[in-house]
Design a protein around this ligand. Structure first.
Ligand code: NAP
Ligand code: ZN
Length: 337
């Protein structure tokens, strides 16, 4: 990646213009930059990634009521949807067939594709701009806009809470938020990691137990016992090992989106009426609910704040699962370019 110049539209009636203060680095940014999702969402170059955006409102359109200049506001993975389909009407914009993603998506206003948050500013329809509780640290709150909602939404859907045994696979940006949410929701929380050096952190983040997933004996002890497992792994792995850990009627939800298909054995699913599903981000109303939940529980992401000049190095480290636990780019550093 290298510096470039992108255009932003002028503020129209319903728009909010935001000076970006922090933008998280999601593994989806890395998949996109490397065109690893070519089969589903081919990358249009040049590409400006970034969908964990937090900033200060600098200008609003004449019809905007939710925001005024000076407010702290945030934008996640979506900047528009058709607003008329049954998904939008249900507040589930993430399932709208005409969603405009924050980057690498056809831009209705300027043509070409949308450009993301590794940038100075952004202009977004107020329906897709979120309020940020005042007590949250800005650098740590930015990642809530993707890593936060993507882990919060399926946990809500699958009834994570007191009396449930919940697993979180992979302690990266998504996984570490998953642990915080499962713990805050009162579940017995078990972390699965390939990285033995993350064990102490996993306990600090809220895990009740930590399993080194490469150790078959440790895995076997949990066979047939989980109500729900959230799988955040970004690379190819054996998912059957986790399906076997589910109790009868247990569910494992994929939020991780590896480049290549995973192989699923039928028998572990059939044998205990287990289910495997997936989940994309969350709707706008639920994203606001998640931010308010984080405000109430004072939850933010554990971040390593970096200047934009270190973005390529950060991607190399992300590939090695070497981040504690989200990179958050301090956008003031762009001015040094
Ligand atoms: P990340 O910070 O890189 O974390 C991924 C974690 O997966 C790593 O920290 C590592 O945890 C584990 N892992 C990596 N390679 C592995 C391997 N070969 N075998 C087993 N475990 C491995 O990434 P992220 O930003 O959290 O994103 C995770 C995935 O979710 C990505 O594929 C991303 O595109 C996807 N995603 C999906 C959505 C959605 O809407 N569904 C939203 C955002 C992101 P340990 O070191 O603990 O093992
Ligand atoms: Zn993301």
């Amino acid at each position: 990646m290298q510096p470039t110049t992108i255009a932003r539209r002028d503020v129209t009636e319903h728009d909010v213009q935001i000076e970006i203060l922090f933008c998280g680095i999601c593994h989806s940014d890395l998949h996109t930059v490397r065109d690893e999702w070519a089969a589903y969402m081919p990358t249009v170059y040049p590409c400006t990634p970034g969908h964990e955006i937090l900033g200060r409102v600098t200008k609003v359109g004449s019809a905007v009521s939710k925001f005024k200049a000076g407010d702290i506001a945030a934008v996640g993975c979506m900047v528009d949807s058709d607003g008329t389909c049954k998904e939008c009407k249900a507040g589930l914009e993430q399932f709208c067939p005409n969603t405009t993603y924050t980057y690498n998506s056809p831009d209705k206003h300027l043509g070409g594709v949308t450009y993301g948050g590794y940038s100075e500013s952004v202009v977004v329809d107020e329906r897709f701009v979120l309020r940020v509780p005042g007590n949250l640290d800005h650098a740590g709150a930015a990642p809530l806009l993707c890593a936060g909602i993507t882990t919060y939404s399926p946990m809500h859907h699958w009834g994570v809470g007191k009396g449930k045994k919940v697993g979180v696979v992979g302690i990266g940006g998504l996984g570490h938020m998953g642990v915080k949410f499962a713990h805050a929701l009162g579940a017995h929380t078990v972390v699965f990691t390939t990285s033995s050096h993350k064990v102490d952190d996993a306990m600090r983040l809220g895990a009740d137990e930590v399993v080194i997933s490469r150790d078959a004996n440790q895995m076997a002890k949990h066979a047939g016992s989980f109500d729900f497992i959230l799988n955040t792994v970004s690379a190819h792995h054996d998912i059957n090992a986790y399906i076997n850990l589910l109790a009868r009627d247990g569910n494992i939800t994929l939020v991780g989106a590896p480049e290549k298909p995973l192989h699923v054995a039928a028998f572990p699913l059939i044998g205990a009426r287990r289910s495997l599903s997936g989940s994309p981000i969350g709707g706008i109303a639920e994203t606001q609910e998640m931010l308010d939940f984080c405000g109430k529980h004072n939850l933010t992401s554990d971040v390593e704040v970096i200047p934009i000049q270190k973005v390529n190095e950060a991607y190399e480290r992300l590939l090695k699962s070497d981040v504690k636990y989200r990179f958050s780019i301090d956008m003031a550093s762009l001015k040094a370019e």
